[in-house]
Ligand binder design. Structure first.
Ligand code: UDX
Ligand code: UDX
Length: 464
């Protein structure tokens, strides 16, 4: 079975870059990326590739190379489904905001809508690939919808979770640690699995393409994110202990990271992890464990989230406490709103929660981020519903340059580790700020001694 036509439903952070890479590496495959969001598709089709909706280093060039050759973006979902041999489902699976499992379970309504649409449109056999991160055993529900509502054609279901991290999507897709493909244990299932292996084998070494059963694949994705997030919460828990014992979390991380069993990655203390995946996937894991009556398993993983919420709150509290227990009417500059550097994505970013806490304390905030738009920042705050949209716009200003942000500020807080922040003329920043000039480094990116020498009163996460 050789795949010639791929459809991907969902042109988001996962679907967009992944399909661009497949198109770039498989010139014989026609790739149609479809989405119900018209403006998003229009942005993917913008003649200037710098305006595509997702900022990822290297992505615009790849889109320029492939778009309208074998990569197409469209809102015509039906046509793309009808033409495809293989359909990736890459729509979002947010945490449920209503009903049973509210605040924890993954909301699968978009997945179900996709399955129903595929079933009603398909008039030939299709391989359906779960690309979205899904609860273990979702494929069972997919199978039931497809088989009971379809036109009698055959569907094979694969699980192919995506492990790319934002900000490094292109290099992660180009050189993945592994590609994971879960398939059904039938002859047809094996063939479908092989068809997808063959797609990736165009650029990924065969030994890095792992095949498992569907359930292992679904659960491995949740597990990988839970383990990664757990490392961040573990180091963040110890960062608080460092602050009261004069240990230095950077040194502790280096010391333990050289143990080859522990390894050096994902040991950077921070103001708290964000992103669309970690919290959502852990909550989902906790919910699944609870559903099966495994309360201790659920409690164990929930602690990772509790610790992360604590870390964000503790950072904001530290600012208030340091500024003589009040920030009311004081200008505080926030540098960085994205959940990490090299992305314009702000989902679950620690900055949102730190800003919200400070706004509750009546601070006046100015925000500068190199890639995030003012509209996005206000959307993030409005979504919390803590105060009115007008209040948010009155108390928080988004500015175009870092110097505008820090001018006359009582404090500057670094919340994203953008490289450009490291290279600022911090003396100039100091001169513009009110004195004493407080600097809160939530990402450990500045040399504390250097900025102290300039005159700043510095707090670095994890340093006593
Ligand atoms: C999402 C999930 O967050 C993640 O768990 C999963 O692994 C992959 O999908 P991401 O690509 O970052 O990740 O989401 P998002 O950027 O929101 O993109 C999803 C896209 O699907 C949106 O553009 C949305 O308009 C589209 N969509 C959603 C559809 O086209 N049809 C639908 O029915 C629902
Ligand atoms: C994550 C997973 O890494 C990826 O495999 C999966 O497909 C999706 O979820 P992503 O959310 O894009 O990717 O970013 P990641 O680099 O994992 O960072 C997540 C958050 O953890 C960020 O807020 C980051 O700043 C924070 N982090 C990460 C730390 O605070 N310290 C670290 O050492 C590493």
């Amino acid at each position: 079975m050789k795949i010639k036509n791929i459809c991907c439903i969902g042109a988001g952070y996962v679907g967009g870059p992944t399909m661009t890479m497949i198109a770039a590496k498989c010139p014989d495959i026609k790739v149609n990326v479809v989405d119900i969001n018209k403006s998003r598709i229009a942005a993917w089709n913008d003649p200037n590739v710098e305006n595509i909706p997702i900022y990822e280093p290297g992505l615009s060039d790849l889109v320029a190379q492939t778009r309208d050759h074998n990569l197409f973006f469209s809102t015509d979902v039906d046509a793309a489904i009808a033409a495809a041999d293989m359909i990736f489902i890459s729509v979002n699976t947010p945490t449920k905001t209503y009903g049973v499992g509210k605040g924890m379970a993954a909301d699968l309504k978009y997945i179900e809508l996709c399955a129903r649409q595929i079933a009603s449109v398909a008039t030939s056999d299709k391989i359906i690939v779960e690309k979205s991160t899904l609860p273990v055993r979702t494929a069972e529900a997919l199978r039931s919808i497809l088989d009971n509502t379809g036109n009698g054609v055959h569907f094979d279901i694969l699980s192919n979770p995506e492990f790319l991290a934002e900000g490094t999507a292109v290099s992660d897709l180009l050189n993945p640690d592994r590609v994971l493909i879960g398939g059904e244990d039938t002859e047809r299932g094996k063939k479908a699995q092989q068809a997808l292996v063959d797609v990736y084998a165009n650029w990924v070494p065969k030994e890095q393409i792992l095949t498992t059963n569907v359930w292992s694949s679904e659960l491995s994705k949740l597990t990988a994110n839970a383990f990664l997030a757990q490392r961040v919460s573990s180091i963040n828990a110890l960062s608080e202990l460092c602050e009261v014992t004069e240990a230095d979390i950077g040194e502790v991380a280096r010391a333990i990271g050289t143990d080859s069993r522990i390894g050096p990655k994902f040991l950077k203390a921070s103001v708290g992890f964000g992103g669309s995946c970690f919290q959502k996937d852990i909550l989902n894991l906790v919910y699944i464990a609870q559903t099966y009556g495994l309360q201790e398993v659920a409690d164990y993983w929930e602690q990772v989230i509790i610790m992360n919420d604590h870390q964000k709150r503790r950072f904001a509290k530290k600012i208030v406490k340091t500024l003589f227990n009040t920030v009311s009417g004081k200008k505080i500059a926030i540098l960085g709103w994205a959940f990490k550097k090299d992305t314009n994505d702000t989902r679950e970013s620690a900055a949102i929660y730190v800003a919200d806490y400070l706004l509750n304390e009546q601070a006046e905030i100015t925000v500068y981020d190199p890639k995030v738009t003012a509209q996005q920042i206000y959307n993030d705050l409005d979504y919390l519903g803590t105060r009115s949209g007008e209040e948010n716009r009155r108390l928080l200003k988004v500015v175009e340059t870092p110097l505008q942000a820090v001018e006359d500020a009582h404090a500057t807080a670094i919340l994203t580790e953008w490289n450009e922040f490291i290279n600022y003329d911090w003396k100039e920043v100091y001169d513009l700020m009110l004195k004493p000039a407080f600097l809160f480094d939530g990402r450990m990116i500045l040399n504390q001694q250097d900025v102290e020498k300039i005159g700043f009163d510095v707090y670095t996460i994890g340093k006593g």
